[in-house]
Design a protein around this ligand. Structure first.
Ligand code: ATP
Length: 306
């Protein structure tokens, strides 16, 4: 009996893990109920592990042929650097992330990692190279340990603890009476937005991907929380190639390049200070966010306070 139980139990765990990570990713990309038809090419090859440079090469894309979303989008994320994408709601920021994860194929141009067209790679090797810190992390109704561990199911206890430490979760976990065994999720301890994001970062660090997609939450936050998020983005992105989808400009001031998208087109690009000095779309967005902050018109989210 026990011989049967172990493999069945293993399958159950595996099933839960696969379902959960799909839920996470689908939620992040808002892909619930969408139909996907991406398949590996018959001669698809594995993306070799190691540092990765990303290239969006004149990318054009439409979900629906009648309504183009991206036009000739062209930029690089050199290995180890951070590129942030900003722009109004609906400008196409998340679409760039969906294309990088290859939920869809581009219709014009190409997307490359270390020169390999994404369409020539196996999806497994592509997705193994990419970690995601989603806007809203889905926590599994299980222990904190379990929730971090599924970032890489084969990881050892030491590796899980090291990832939690690196994501600055250790102090928080230590003060919980049940520590790593604390149950979280809908039926357990409710974590704050910031704590959930740290769990997502710990998962991503455990997976240790060459490429990181950081999807910043849209909700407005107070400036102290924004500083904490900026530090978390920088921590998670360290030593990786990072694409940050940013909603608050103050969190991406240190990005190596900022891409400003407007209705699917790059309208400005550069680092924070020169973009401000340019006095264009970015400077306008910055001014508006500053004014909103000063007027206190943004709802304060104190979730992240400790
Ligand atoms: P936000 O800041 O609000 O998250 P965004 O810049 O990330 O916006 P996208 O999510 O990339 O914008 O969406 C770009 C455009 O594509 C929007 O007009 C959106 O309605 C459309 N769109 C997104 N997903 C789909 C889909 N699955 N099918 C059809 N249209 C879509």
């Amino acid at each position: 009996m026990i011989q049967l139980y172990i493999p069945l139990n293993f399958l159950g765990v595996l099933y839960r893990e696969i379902r959960q990570s799909l839920t996470d990713i689908e939620r992040m990309f808002g892909l619930m109920h969408t139909h996907r038809e991406i398949a590996d090419a018959p001669d698809a090859h594995t993306l070799p592990a190691g540092p990765a440079s990303v290239r969006f090469e004149s990318v054009s894309f439409a979900y629906d042929a009648k309504r183009p979303i991206l036009f000739d989008v062209d930029f690089d994320i050199p290995a180890g650097s951070t590129v942030a994408v900003v722009g109004h709601s609906g400008s196409g920021k998340s679409t760039l992330a969906r294309l990088l994860y290859r939920f869809y194929d581009v219709q014009g141009g190409a997307l490359r990692i270390n020169g390999h067209d994404l369409r020539s790679l196996t999806q497994d090797s592509l997705r193994a190279a990419i970690g995601i810190v989603p806007q809203d992390t889905v926590l599994f109704n299980d222990t904190l340990y379990y929730n971090i561990h599924y970032g890489r199911p084969g990881a050892s206890r030491e590796e899980v603890e090291a990832a939690a430490r690196a994501a600055q979760l250790e102090d928080f976990i230590r003060q919980l009476p049940e520590g790593y065994e604390t149950r979280v999720g809908e039926r357990g301890l409710k974590l704050s937005g910031g704590e959930k994001q740290r769990v997502a970062i710990a998962r991503a660090l455990l997976k240790n991907p060459a490429i990181l997609i950081f999807d910043e939450a849209t909700s407005a936050l107070d400036s102290r929380t924004e500083k904490a998020i900026q530090a978390q983005i920088e921590l998670a992105a360290e030593g990786r190639t990072a694409l940050v989808i940013a909603h608050r400009l103050s969190t991406i001031m240190n990005a190596d390049e900022i891409i400003v998208l407007d209705k699917g087109r790059i309208v400005e690009r550069g680092r924070h200070a020169p973009l401000l000095a340019q006095g264009g779309a970015y400077a306008q967005m910055w001014l508006l966010q500053q004014q909103e902050e000063e007027a206190g018109s943004t709802p304060t989210d104190r979730d992240d306070e400790h």
